[in-house]
Design a protein around this ligand. Structure first.
Ligand code: ADP
Ligand code: MG
Length: 338
């Protein structure tokens, strides 16, 4: 069905159906000039936005509308998780090309509502415009008790650098997606989890909530550009340096096998593949065991120490298993800069 057949308001009507999953604090959602929300008492609001743009962030046809919608929300929820907050509401702006059908747009919202329902987050508004390329821009509003927010700025020399989950799965999934000939060479048991890691990433909200409760996390962010690049943000905000040990990087066996087939390095994917949406955080050295314990008790998946925070003088160093500076296949000198 063409969008013209139902018009902008017909479309908004369809979007608005089943858009509310938790009405607490929601006074007015879709349907007025602005949404009206009330934060919980003693809470601060966390606000962020992230846009997915056709050709820059995805190729239409290599991903389903469902996956697109799912990912647009997942990456935004990840930003709230990274601050130690709870996601509450989203606003969705759509730039829609002529060729897109009502079914495509509904597919995008089905993917959005799938993950929104899982975390009880509401769609409370948005905007719809026509455009040459498809773009989905999501603004997310989250909440956290005043004083419990985790920023990038609290890391101290001596702190241990830790990450949740595995790194490099998303890059491995992208490799499969972009190189058609890979599909026949990689077993489904490997390609399935890697493609999901790339197309429908899981924001680490449960992990974030446990880390907030532990109370001693000094800095936190989510990994969107790759560990090697993202650790710089913690170092800049905290006024520190860091060492990352490539021998400690957690990666899946599936990603390692795909790297082997593709002639790529799984370590480089783990360092700079990006789009993993895992949490990167720092804790005082004597608290590392408590983190591992809490993750195992709550069945939160892997959590791994991958480095330590140093003074600012040394900048950021990627250290290989031999204790020497890691240069990788093509050289990683650019990580030497603080
Ligand atoms: P206005 O012209 O006042 O900006 P619109 O006609 O664009 O209002 O939107 C009407 C209502 O529908 C508003 O509540 C708006 O937030 C919501 N809305 C518009 N587009 C979207 C969309 N793509 N997704 C969700 N809500 C939308
Ligand atoms: Mg408008």
């Amino acid at each position: 069905m063409k969008l013209g057949d139902i018009g902008e308001f017909g479309l908004i009507d369809r979007i608005a159906r089943g858009a509310v999953f938790n009405s607490r604090g929601l006074i007015k959602g879709i349907g007025d000039d602005a949404a009206v929300i009330a934060p919980g008492e003693g809470n601060v609001l966390l606000v962020s936005c992230d846009m997915l743009m056709e050709r820059t962030h995805f190729i239409y046809g290599r991903t389903t509308p469902f996956q697109l919608g799912y990912k647009a929300i997942a990456v935004n929820i990840s930003d709230i998780a990274a601050m130690g907050g709870k996601p509450r509401h989203v606003l969705v702006s759509l730039a829609l090309p002529q060729w897109i059908t009502v079914e495509d747009v509904e597919g995008i919202y089905t993917g959005m509502k799938d993950i929104l329902s899982r975390w009880s987050v509401n769609i409370i508004g948005g905007d719809t415009v026509s455009s040459e390329v498809l773009a989905i821009d999501v603004t997310i509003i989250g909440e956290a008790p005043n004083g419990s927010v985790l920023t990038r700025g609290g890391a101290r020399p001596g702190d241990v650098i830790m990450v949740t989950g595995n790194l490099g799965d998303s890059a491995a999934g992208l490799e499969i997606l972009l190189r058609g000939e890979m599909a026949g060479r990689v077993p489904q048991s490997d390609s399935k989890p890697l493609l999901s890691a790339h197309l429908t990433p899981q924001p680490r909200l449960e992990q974030s909530s446990v880390l907030v409760k532990l109370g001693f996390v000094s800095a936190m962010m989510d990994i969107s550009d790759g560990l090697a690049g993202d650790i710089k943000h913690i170092c800049e905000s905290s006024g520190t340096g860091a060492e990352i040990y490539t021998g400690s990087l957690p990666h899946s066996q599936s990603a390692a096998r795909v790297a082997e087939i593709a002639g790529k390095s799984v370590i480089e994917w783990a360092l700079s593949g990006g789009e993993d949406y895992e949490l990167l955080f720092t804790v005082p050295q004597d608290r590392q065991e408590e983190v591992v314990q809490a993750f195992s008790e709550n069945r939160l998946g892997p959590v791994t120490a991958v480095g330590r925070i140093t003074g600012p003088e040394g900048g950021i160093n990627i250290v290989g298993p031999d204790g020497k500076k890691y240069t990788g296949k093509e050289g990683f000198e650019h990580f030497a800069e603080p």
